[in-house]
Design a protein around this ligand. Structure first.
Ligand SMILES: O=C(O)CCC(=O)C(=O)O
Length: 293
């Protein structure tokens, strides 16, 4: 159960941090299942639909930036996304009927793990209402040094920023547009979760520390939030859509609310991952990804 002040904090600040929320055995199961990906990455020359590789990756020095859709690739992530330790706080914030929008596991390895430029998730996937949030599961301790999440409190109540550069959607806000000095640095031990509103401005710097910072993200919508068609979100069939229900009842009656929207089009043709997309932005907040010399 969230306390009234936690609930109010989420409404006002647009995020919440719940420490030590994930049972130790569930965290260990994810850690063990992750090991196979290092072996897979050794045989990869370029990113594919399972794994996004760092720019500095090579088969001699495999470097994974992101595991794509971990709930489809790892039973441990599938189990966690339906567990009460994860869903209960989301139900309190978004209601009883929940659908998975997507999942990802950002590896952010010690020494080089890539930055994520400032953005609002809503800019990527506008819906008919904004009862949508991301749950971040900390797989390692998240500290001030290892590229922690940075949240701009209260920004979920404001405008939808321009995420375009040179006439294309690049999924990044120019740092000139926002006051990054107001950002809160999110730190917590492994097994903690953050919940952030879909319109909250956030980002994170490169991991230059000696410690990994792996973060599993589940993006979850109220079941009656439907993607605005024509944007990046797909609704391939009602069967696939309903297959992503996490709890409660589905519906075919979208709830419409008065929300600001920008359509993320035109999208660059080679939209591979957020990292590739954001590298096309004309102004970056965080320094370029480290490259092997
Ligand atoms: O991994 C991070 O620090 C940020 C993740 C994020 O915002 C994203 O992948 O959309």
């Amino acid at each position: 159960m969230l306390t009234p002040s936690q609930y109010q904090n989420y409404q006002e600040q647009g995020y919440l941090l719940l420490e030590n929320q994930i049972p130790g055995e569930m965290l260990s199961a994810i850690h063990s299942e992750l090991e196979q990906f290092n072996v897979i990455a050794k045989g990869m020359k370029q990113s594919d639909d399972r794994i996004d590789l760092e720019e500095s990756h090579s088969t001699q020095a495999p470097r994974i930036r992101r595991i794509k859709l971990p709930h489809l690739q790892m039973s441990s992530c599938r189990n966690l996304m339906r567990h009460d330790c994860l869903l209960e706080p989301v139900r309190e914030l978004l209601g009883a009927n929940l659908r998975l929008h997507t999942s990802k596991l950002n590896m952010k390895r010690a020494g080089y793990g890539a930055a994520v430029e400032w953005h609002q998730d809503w800019a990527f996937y506008p819906h008919t209402n904004d009862d949508i949030l991301a749950v971040g599961v900390m797989l390692d301790d998240m500290t001030v040094d290892n590229g922690p999440l940075l949240f701009l409190p209260g920004s979920h109540r404001g405008q939808i920023y321009n995420h375009h550069s040179n006439g294309e959607f690049v999924g990044a806000i120019s740092p000139d547009e926002i006051d990054t000095n107001q950002a809160r640095v999110i730190t917590a031990p492994a097994g903690s979760i953050s919940l952030h509103h879909v319109r909250l401005v956030h980002g994170s710097d490169t991991n230059r520390s000696r410690y990994d910072r792996r973060l599993l993200l589940y993006e979850i919508t109220a079941a009656d939030a439907f993607p605005i068609m024509g944007a990046i979100s797909k609704l391939p069939s009602i069967e696939e859509y309903d297959g992503r229900m996490l709890c409660g009842e589905s519906t075919i009656e979208p709830r419409m609310s008065q929300v600001p929207i920008r359509i993320p089009l035109p999208a660059p043709r080679d939209f591979g991952s957020i990292y590739q997309l954001q590298s096309k932005a004309s102004r970056l907040a965080f320094s370029a990804h480290e490259k092997l010399s």
